[in-house]
Write a protein that binds this ligand. Structure first.
Ligand code: ATP
Ligand code: MG
Length: 409
């Protein structure tokens, strides 16, 4: 025997039972976004590597360690998309969407790729659903996008959810704080992990996100940007909080909150679920007022989020699908298969779910199969064109006129 092949490390097959959970989530998201006036956007699964280097940031974990990058036959460097915001902003600029009425409200759902150590809730290919409102700096947009993710998690009955909220201020205002943070980190350099120490210059905020004990201890008393917000940044954040309060959306202020991408400005947030252990973040996002310009577009304020579909499904322990089959059509010995096919067609055209045995089973085996499928009724087609309708729950069976199957059901 040849050696067996397996799905690559960190990837998985979505088998039919699990696919039902994905479908339910997608349906909930679609309904929610349609009601909110968000249009669906699909971007390629791979992009030029430079898009993520510029859009996500050279000093982020994603760009430094997590990208699946390859060269195509033409020698171009391409990368499987690790996130959705940079590609959408690329599309916004490429298609001149700044000329449309602003903001442009978009949602997406699809596979993303990060080269991480696989564990529960952390994969190398995973799925995200996300939303972006591009072309507005109004706090209303921050609050609305947060409300959408909160609404999705509520509709899907994700238990134990908390919202953490912070603000990074605008890029200019942040500069002074970053110097203060760098000075603090340098003072404690020997207690920091190597990874964090190496990035004091390039990405000091990332120290808040470290999981080694030494760095965490240092960061517990680090200066926080939230205490230093001033002027319009402070007003903007206060307005977002007031809107969330008004909408009845609870949150915890978190001055140590930072996000994995360089492009965030002002509002940032994460939704966590207490049932998920170490990988507790079900979704997160924030405002990214500099990104569109960074990618060659006009100065454009924007806000959005992404949520991990596998983590949501893990959190709700996605329930098994409803029995799908209304009617199982069984063939008694000597019955006409063509007659059964015609009935199958008639039932499906009328919107009923119907299945036929394709496994060459005897009548007893077919009834067993109908049971396994959770069929509500079995229609036993007999030789000569008569039929018996069997209620699978009560076991009751009666002869029906073959032309009246739909009425009898
Ligand atoms: P984490 O801190 O867990 O690595 P992140 O900050 O890298 O999360 P984001 O970039 O904000 O995550 O992505 C949005 C969401 O996508 C996350 O909240 C999470 O639910 C999901 N997600 C991120 N990386 C993975 C992964 N490798 N496998 C499964 N889901 C993921
Ligand atoms: Mg990550």
């Amino acid at each position: 025997m040849s050696p067996r092949l397996k799905a690559p490390r960190g990837t998985f097959d979505v088998l039919p039972e699990a696919a039902a959970g994905y479908a339910r989530l997608e349906q909930a998201a679609r309904g929610l976004f349609e009601r909110a006036g968000y249009g669906l956007i699909e971007t390629p699964v791979f992009e030029e590597t430079e898009l993520f280097e510029r859009g996500v940031g050279d000093s982020t974990d994603i760009v430094r360690k997590e990208m699946f990058t390859f060269e195509d036959q033409g020698g171009r460097s391409l990368t499987l998309r690790p996130e959705g915001t940079a590609p959408i902003c690329r599309a916004y600029v490429e298609h001149g969407m700044h000329k449309l009425a602003q903001p442009v409200k978009l949602w997406y759902l699809g596979p993303f790729f990060r080269h991480e150590r696989p564990q529960a809730g952390r994969y190398r290919e995973f799925h995200q659903v996300g939303a972006e409102a591009i072309g507005t700096d109004s706090p209303l947009a921050d609050a609305e996008t947060i409300m959408l993710l909160s609404g999705l998690l509520t509709e899907l009955e994700v238990p134990g959810v908390t919202l953490r909220l912070g603000s990074l201020g605008s890029l200019g205002a942040r500069r002074e704080y970053l110097e203060e943070l760098r000075a603090y980190l340098r003072e404690h350099e020997s207690e920091l992990s190597r990874d964090v120490a190496e990035r004091i210059d390039a990405n000091p905020l990332r120290a808040f996100d470290a999981d080694d004990e030494g760095t965490r201890a240092v960061m517990a008393s680090a200066p926080q940007l939230l205490d230093r917000l001033e002027g319009e940044d402070a007003e903007h954040f206060a307005a977002v909080r007031e809107l969330l309060d008004g909408a009845g959306i609870g949150y915890e202020l978190d001055g140590s909150l930072v996000r994995g991408l360089d492009y965030y400005t002002r509002t940032i947030f994460e939704f966590h679920c207490d049932r998920l252990g170490a990988q507790s973040q079900v979704g997160g996002g924030g405002r990214y007022d500099g990104l569109v310009e960074e990618l060659g577009g006009p100065p454009t304020a924007a806000v959005g989020w992404a949520a991990g579909i596998e983590r949501i499904l893990l959190a709700i322990d996605a329930p098994p699908p409803e029995p799908a089959t209304d009617v199982f059509i069984a063939l008694a010995d000597g019955a006409e298969p063509a007659r059964a096919m015609a009935l199958l067609n008639e039932l499906r055209s009328a919107g009923r779910s119907a299945e036929l045995d394709l496994g060459g089973r005897g009548l007893k085996g077919q009834l067993k199969q109908a049971d396994r499928l959770g069929a509500r009724h079995t229609l036993i087609v007999e030789p000569g064109g008569t039929a018996q309708l069997r209620d699978m729950e009560s076991g009751e069976q009666r002869e029906i006129e073959p032309g009246r199957v739909l009425e009898e059901l």
